[in-house]
Design a protein around this ligand. Structure first.
Ligand SMILES: Nc1ncnc2c1ncn2[C@@H]1O[C@H](COP(=O)(O)OP(=O)(O)O)[C@@H](O)[C@H]1O
Ligand SMILES: [Mg+2]
Length: 423
């Protein structure tokens, strides 16, 4: 089978790494990919958002299955375009992907179908939003409706913060049209986890839970990022809680999407807040998580190509998934300044040394080639990931690899996985 994988982040390197291990896969293209995926398959210089070029490429190269990594092409309707052309593609349609691309829509679906989530109100009028903030007691969370690259959610501890968040989104239009509408949501406390499931629209097959670390600094200090590290499994998701999440969230939302005329297939990611041992949905994503995918793929023992194909072909009812019982930990190395502005083109050293370590894989994200060297090219640069006999062993192995790698201004959290040990 020939596979085209779309995207260029650490998530896509991890998916490519796992897909390439499948005996079903004869050829793997990655568009546009990164230096990490270049060592596994063939990178093609087509941006992830260029739906018509990607479609032409899939037809010209007789691609059997296309796998979409990031959310933007889904939101642009890549699945609809490929399916119209009779091409197999893994991911939800544009209207189903709205569960991620519109937080207002996601909240409305959850309300209509009684799926547990924080109390919230939607506003398209700035005066009404400001008035609501003035007359309610903080803390609350203000969210831009649309895609905002992980920056559109602001936690407000005072009315003043809320007023400036509302002004930032609705008046200064910091996130453009993504901020035309906002949600003001109840602030939830507890521990977060990422719960993902494959679904063909009927069967919902849970994946191994994971936990991400959003904040840039140790002890969850500083602004939120795209993710500074992750581990799987997630001790906070006990077997009883997993069953509750499946019964009260995952299965009902897939049935809800069907009943609303937006049948959902692909992978559905629920951001969950576990609060007093009860799960509530923070948001849904219409794709795999980054960096959660990196430790998840290290633990996956089943054939990923077969799993994704079974999803596309509606055969998930006949599929089992096997995971290694060993935990995996991913530590993200970032450029200094991220998630704000950061320099690029700094040479990365030590990748060859880290490559020799057992049970350890360095997934590339924001890297680029230049004259035989590998340079930084983004905020999140590498996802250093290791499998261990227990969580402590996985953490130690991952940090041992991190210590072999260097670039000017490299930053990483020193406490990835600490929560899992405490649990
Ligand atoms: N209601 C809430 N209560 C507390 N924290 C929240 C709430 N909603 C979101 N957050 C925090 O903000 C982060 C980002 O919010 P999320 O809804 O996942 O949006 P996005 O990932 O699109 O930025 C979450 O991972 C969580 O840490
Ligand atoms: Mg999120």
């Amino acid at each position: 089978m020939k596979i085209l994988l779309i995207g260029s982040g650490g998530r896509e390197h991890a998916l490519a790494w796992k897909l390439a291990q499948s005996p079903l896969v004869k050829k793997l293209y990655i568009a546009p990919g990164n230096p990490g995926t270049a060592s596994i398959g063939e990178n093609c210089i087509i941006p992830a958002e260029d739906v018509s070029e990607l479609k032409a490429f899939a037809i010209a190269n007789a691609v059997d299955l296309t796998v979409v990594g990031p959310e933007l092409p889904l939101t642009l309707g890549i699945v609809d375009a490929f399916e119209e052309a009779g091409l197999k593609i893994f991911g939800p349609s544009r209207s189903a992907a709205e569960i991620e691309s519109s937080k207002v829509f996601a909240k409305a679906v959850m309300k209509r179908h009684k799926i547990p989530t924080g109390y919230s109100k939607t506003f398209d009028d700035i005066t009404e939003a400001l008035d609501y903030a003035d007359t309610h007691t903080p803390p609350y969370v203000i969210k831009a409706d649309g895609l905002a690259a992980g920056k559109g959610v602001i936690i407000c501890h005072t009315v003043e913060e809320a007023r400036s968040a509302i002004n930032l989104i609705m008046k200064k239009k910091a996130f453009g049209s993504a901020g035309r509408r906002i949600i003001i949501e109840e602030f939830l406390t507890g521990e977060e986890a990422s719960f993902l499931a494959l679904t063909d629209g009927k069967t919902v097959l849970p994946l191994a839970p994971a936990q991400d670390h959003k904040a840039v600094f140790d002890n969850d200090a500083g602004p939120n990022t795209g993710g500074m590290g992750a581990y799987s499994p997630a001790p906070v998701i006990t077997p009883a809680l997993e069953a509750e999440i499946m019964d009260t969230i995952m299965k009902p939302v897939i049935a809800a999407m069907e009943s609303e005329g937006r049948p959902y297939k692909g992978v559905l990611y629920a951001g969950i807040m576990v609060s007093g041992n009860r799960p509530k949905v923070l948001e849904f994503n219409a794709r795999f998580g980054d960096p959660e995918t990196q430790p998840m793929m290290m633990r996956l023992e089943s054939d990923l190509a077969e799993l994704l194909l079974a999803t596309v072909e509606g055969r998930l009812a006949q599929v089992d998934i096997k995971w290694s019982p060993k935990p995996a930990v991913c530590i993200v190395m970032t450029s200094e300044g991220y998630p704000g502005e950061y320099p690029i083109s700094r040479e990365i050293r030590g990748l060859d040394k880290a490559a020799g370590l057992k049970d350890t894989v360095v997934f590339h994200a924001g890297t680029s080639f230049r004259e035989g060297r590998i340079l930084t090219s983004g905020g999140r640069v590498l996802g250093v990931t290791a499998l261990g006999t227990d969580i402590k062993d996985a953490i130690n192995k991952a940090y041992a690899a991190v210590k072999l790698i260097s670039f000017d201004g490299a930053h990483y959290r020193k406490d990835i996985g600490a929560k899992a040990i405490k649990a």
